[in-house]
Structure formats: C-alpha cells, structure tokens
Write a protein that binds this ligand. Structure first.
Ligand code: HEC
Length: 132
C-alpha cells in the first residue's frame, strides 16, 4: 500500500518532468520566438543576407532553406575555405552556435559579424532561420 503510493508519486514526477522538457523544446521555436527572430534578423543580418528565394548579389549568402544545408555549399557563392571545411549541417543548434560567435564556431570565416550575446536572441534567430 505504502509502496504503491510512492510509485504513483514517482510516476507523477516523471510525467511532470517529461512535460516540462517538451514545453521547453516547444518554446524554443514558438510563434513568438519566430517573430522575435524575424525582427532581430531584419536588424542584424538583412544588411548582408536575404531569406527570400532567388535573391543573390549581397555580401552574405542567401539563407533561404539554410536549415538542412551543409555549410559552404550554396551554389555560386564564394565562401571562405574555413566555411567549406567546417562542413557542418545547419540546424537550430549549429546556427545558434555560429550566430553567438561566428569567429569561434568557424575560425577564419569571412562573416564580419561579432556575435549575438543573449542566448534567447540567438535562439530566436536560429528558430526563425529553420522556418525559411
Ligand atoms: C556584414 C555582413 C554580414 C552580416 C551582418 C551577417 N552575415 Fe552571415 N555571412 C556573411 C558572409 C560574408 C558569409 C560567408 C562566410 C564565409 O564564407 O566564411 C556569411 C555566412 C553565413 C552563414 C553560413 C551559410 C552557409 O551557406 O553556409 C550563416 C548561417 C549566416 N551567415 C547567418 C547570419 C546571421 C543569422 C546573421 C545575423 C545575426 C548574419 N549572418 C550576419 C556576411 C554577413
């Protein structure tokens, strides 16, 4: 009887913990986060990058569909050797790491951006990029 109560209680905690983990993951790319990422992108990145398909000729490479791409592979863009050699799969985590400190994540990158200090900001931009 007593043991059953403890077991039920532990099961309850497990469910709660799982629920909290899924909440955190969902929050990482919630609509509000995409919206925030979009604004930050407009302020910090759009001077060099477009997210609309087909726009080229800017200093930075086109970022339409960047999530799922390997770094340094957009056809026709002249990347640094460092970005090609990095050959990272762009997804939310790697994008956030790069945005946080480009020169630390890809030493020798041509991207002249010092980085985004606040983790919730870089996460929002990464989240926004995964939707483009
Ligand atoms: C002053 C211009 C400039 C700004 C501002 C800038 N970038 Fe870049 N970005 C570049 C250049 C140039 C490259 C190519 C880097 C290389 O080849 O090493 C690049 C590369 C990238 C890549 C790699 C893409 C690929 O195809 O491998 C990503 C992702 C990226 N930038 C995201 C961002 C984000 C997000 C921001 C804003 C927080 C930003 N950039 C701000 C110029 C810029």
């Amino acid at each position: 009887m007593h043991n059953n109560k403890i077991r039920q209680c532990l099961a309850g905690f497990t469910v709660l913990a799982l629920f909290q983990v899924s909440q955190v993951q969902a929050a990482a790319c919630a609509p509000a986060s995409v919206d925030k990422g979009s604004k930050l992108f407009a302020q910090e990145c759009s001077v060099c990058h477009a997210v609309q398909k087909g726009v080229t000729g800017m200093m930075g490479v086109n970022l339409n569909g960047v999530a799922g791409r390997t770094s340094g592979t957009f056809p026709g863009f002249s990347y640094s050797q460092a970005m090609k050699d990095k050959a990272v799969d762009w997804k939310a985590e790697s994008l956030q790491a790069f945005i946080t400190q480009p020169q630390a994540f890809v030493p020798g990158t041509y991207m002249p951006y010092t980085g985004m200090a606040a983790a919730e900001d870089s996460a929002a931009v990464a989240c926004f990029l995964t939707r483009q």
